[in-house]
Each structure stands twice: as structure tokens, then as C-alpha cells.
Design a protein around this ligand. Structure first.
Ligand code: BGC
Length: 440
């Protein structure tokens, strides 16, 4: 790797310097990510759709980005940007719309999708569960039931038998902790249960066991598969470092969000480095730093609250959905999870903004940090997948969050590439981040 002698963020300096930037490891995966419910449209057999129709959610996904029909066009765009990988999710509710009954058309569709990726030399990274469940699964008690593990495993086994030979990289579950917090603690997502800590722990446990079981299943069918899950990894810090309660609350929140799930699946993130079990790699979804302020004691308050006041001199700007831009957190997070001793794959990183220079800056700073982390800290990273390929349905935020490398005109479904997509393309094509990368 070409060692850049300059300090952190020098790549932001628009003036040419002696530094030639960084080369990424050979075979590095470059691309973007999506998930089925957010882009496909008309996912009428899942629990989100049911909640949207019942008016339990403010926004409706509707036809979303019509990606179910337009996937080839979207992949052409990714290919034209020099991507060599793409993350997508399979919609369980399309494959098993009724309990125990498979839908061959959906499987044929996903087979075509994966082939379309391969024809364009895009390595598929396939997520098996990205927040949505079949409506029948939720009706019968969802992840609260112990047999949810077998139900999920039955679906995974079927999928792997059908599509397995075509896919190397599998992510069993996307962001289990976010799913649990939003569904059983904050009560903002289906099944809208609020403050139910006991249930939250139960669901977490079932998801961890489901991961372990499906990890084994996938390997039984395909010894060469590489299996992980995608972890939402905020960099958690106390808001006022001199306040003991803020420090304690931040530590507690970090335990809940960044450690507990690993413990349930038999791994330790903290302390001595031990070889991870049931993970060939870990997907890291990194977006932000969360500054935590104590909110007092009691079950509902114990995790504190996020603070946006500027108590820190290095406070970053906020995105359109109030997430702090904090590239240094990526380095800290990669170092933290490197303790697992498995390679890491950035499965999501991006910003919701309509300020395109800010998006470009976000990307450059995070890629610089990533390159520095690989180079200086010797952390094995397999690739970087930007969230998201196109603007899409951002869950309870609806369509107001603009994460895409391309904007979408939802009236016509036209894709409008953003300048940042070109900046990213330069890096993807060259596998290199230079200081002279064009400025926008
Ligand atoms: C999720 C995506 C979501 C993104 C931006 C991640 O938590 O996996 O589905 O769109 O963050 O909010």
C-alpha cells in the first residue's frame, strides 16, 4: 500500500501535495447497498406493508423505487460507476407469502437479479432479513416465539438450496439491535411495542440463535460461503466527559448496542482478542457518533438520551435526519470490532442530505479514514458499500431522507445521478484514493 505521510484528513486539502494517497487492498469490494422493502415496491405480504395500510405508520412505501422491475437499469448504473459489488436483500415475504408455501416466481426473480449482478461483474452480498417479516410470521408472534428460529431457518435453507451456488457473501440479519430497539423499546416500527425490555431481550436472543443456526446451515450446503451479519455500529461517547453519570450511561448504551448481541451468539467484543465463532466476517453499518447524556434512572431512562448540543470541540455537522458526521468514529469502530479476529466489511455508510458538497465531503473523509485504518492499524477490511445506490423509502421517515448516489424522481421513477457518484466512481475504478481527487 502506498503510504501517505500526511496526517488525518489531508485528503480534504484541495491543494496538491506530495502525498499520493492510498491504494486499497487488491480485490477490495466497492459498491452500494439497498434493501428489498426500501426499493422494490409493492411488498404487500410483509408486516411493514400491513402497518402502512392500517395507518399505523405515517408513510407508505407504495411502489418505492420500482426496483423490482428496474433492477437491470440500476445495476447498469452501478457498473458504469466502476462498482464491483452490490448489497441487496431478499424479501422473505415474497418467497414465503403464506406460511410453509414457497413462491417459485419470487425465487426465479431473485435468481435473475443475482445473475444480472454477475453479468455486470458485481459481486452479490445478500442479506436474508432486513427488518421486514412476512405478515403471517408477525401475526403468529414474530421473533418473540421460540420457534421463530426454525421458521427463519426453514426459509434460509430453502433459499440457499435454490440460490446458494450463485452467492458467496451472505448476511443473515441486518442490524438486529436496531430491529429490537425500534420494535420493542421505542415502539416506532412494527410490531410497535414500547418499553418492553423483557421482550426485547427475548427477541435479541432468538435472533442471535437464528444467526448461529443459519450460519451452520449455509455452510452445510456451501462450504465456501462467507457468512456474517450486518451490525449497526454507532460510536457511542459521553456527552459531558467530566460527568460520571454521562460516562456510565454511555458505557451502558455501548454495552447494549455494541456488545450484547455478540455475547448472545458466543462472541466477545471487549477485552482480550478471542477468535470469533459463527462469523466469517462482520458487516459494519457505520453512520455516526452518538453523544449520550444521562437521563436519570429507571428502566425507561437508563440508556440516557442523545444530545445534539455542542459540548465537544470536534462536533461534526448534522445530516438532514440529525445524525452527526464523525469520520473518526469509523476508525474507532473498526478497531473495536477487529478484536473479533474476523475481516470486516463496511456494509453501510452514507449520509441523508440534499447538500451535495456535504455528501462528497462525507464520502472523502470516511474513505480517507478507512484507508488510514487499513494502512496504519492493519485492520482487515474486505470492502466498502455506500448506503445507498438510490434514494429510497427510509422506514418511518418515508421518502424525505436522501441517501442515494442517485436521486429518484418518484413520479417518473427516473434516476438522476448525483455528483458524488462520480467522485466515488473514481475511487472504485482505480481502487485508490488520491489527494488530487476532484473537488466539487
Ligand atoms: C438500515 C437501512 C437504513 C439506513 C439509513 C440502516 O440502519 O440498515 O435500512 O435505510 O440505516 O437509516
Amino acid at each position: 500500500m502506498d503510504l501517505c505521510k500526511s496526517s488525518l484528513y489531508t485528503a480534504l486539502d484541495p491543494t496538491p501535495s506530495a502525498c499520493h494517497g492510498y491504494a486499497f487492498p487488491p480485490g477490495f469490494l466497492w459498491g452500494a447497498a439497498t434493501s428489498s422493502h426500501q426499493v422494490e415496491g409493492h411488498n404487500r405480504w410483509n408486516d411493514w406493508w400491513a402497518a402502512e395500510q392500517a395507518g399505523a405508520l405515517v408513510h407508505q412505501s407504495g411502489e418505492a423505487c420500482s426496483h423490482y422491475e428496474l433492477y437491470e437499469q440500476d445495476f447498469d448504473m452501478a457498473q458504469s460507476w466502476g462498482h464491483n459489488a452490490h448489497r441487496l436483500s431478499l424479501e422473505w415475504s415474497r418467497i414465503e407469502p403464506v406460511e410453509g408455501a414457497w413462491n417459485p416466481e419470487a425465487v426465479a426473480h431473485y435468481r435473475d437479479v443475482i445473475r444480472a449482478l454477475k453479468q455486470r461483474a458485481l459481486e452479490p452480498v445478500v442479506t436474508l432479513h432486513h427488518f421486514t417479516n412476512p405478515a403471517w410470521f408477525t401475526r403468529r408472534g414474530g421473533w418473540l416465539r421460540r420457534d421463530s428460529i426454525e421458521r427463519f431457518a426453514r426459509y434460509v435453507e430453502y433459499v440457499v438450496q435454490q440460490l446458494g451456488p450463485e452467492v458467496t457473501y451472505w448476511l443473515t440479519i441486518n442490524e438486529p439491535t436496531v430491529y429490537v430497539m425500534q420494535g420493542y423499546v421505542n415502539g416506532e416500527w412494527p410490531p410497535f411495542v414500547r418499553g418492553a425490555w423483557g421482550k426485547a431481550i427475548q427477541v435479541c436472543y432468538h435472533m442471535a440463535r437464528a444467526h448461529v443456526l443459519t450460519y451452520r446451515l449455509i455452510h452445510q450446503h456451501h462450504a465456501n460461503a462467507r457468512v456474517g451479519f450486518a451490525h449497526s455500529a454507532p460510536w457511542v461517547m459521553p456527552c459531558r466527559a467530566h460527568k460520571r453519570w454521562d460516562r456510565m450511561t454511555a458505557t451502558l448504551r455501548d454495552c447494549m448496542l455494541n456488545r450484547a448481541f455478540f455475547g448472545l451468539m458466543g462472541n466477545r467484543v471487549h477485552g482480550r482478542r478471542t477468535p470469533a465463532v459463527h462469523l466469517d466476517f462482520l458487516g459494519i453499518n457505520y453512520y455516526m457518533r452518538t453523544l449520550i447524556r444521562s437521563a436519570g434512572w429507571g428502566l425507561g431512562r437508563i440508556l440516557g438520551r442523545a444530545c445534539h448540543e455542542s459540548h465537544h470541540t470536534d462536533q461534526g455537522v448534522l445530516s438532514d435526519i440529525d445524525w452527526e458526521v464523525y469520520p473518526a468514529g469509523l476508525r474507532a469502530i473498526l478497531n473495536k470490532f477487529a478484536r473479533l479476529g474476523v475481516p470486516l466489511l463496511i456494509t453501510e455508510n452514507g449520509i441523508a442530505t440534499t447538500d451535495e458538497p456535504l455528501r462528497c465531503e462525507f464520502l472523502k473523509r470516511h474513505l480517507t479514514t478507512l484507508a488510514e485504518t487499513i494502512e496504519h492499524d492493519r485492520i482487515p477490511v474486505l470492502g466498502y458499500l455506500y448506503w445507498s445506490l438510490v434514494d429510497n423509502f427510509e422506514w418511518s421517515e418515508g421518502f424525505r431522507a436522501h441517501f442515494g448516489l442517485a436521486a429518484v424522481d418518484y413520479a417518473t421513477q427516473e434516476r438522476v445521478p448525483r455528483p458524488c457518484a462520480d467522485l466515488f466512481a473514481q475511487v472504485c475504478r482505480s481502487n485508490h484514493l488520491s489527494n488530487h481527487q476532484s473537488t466539487f
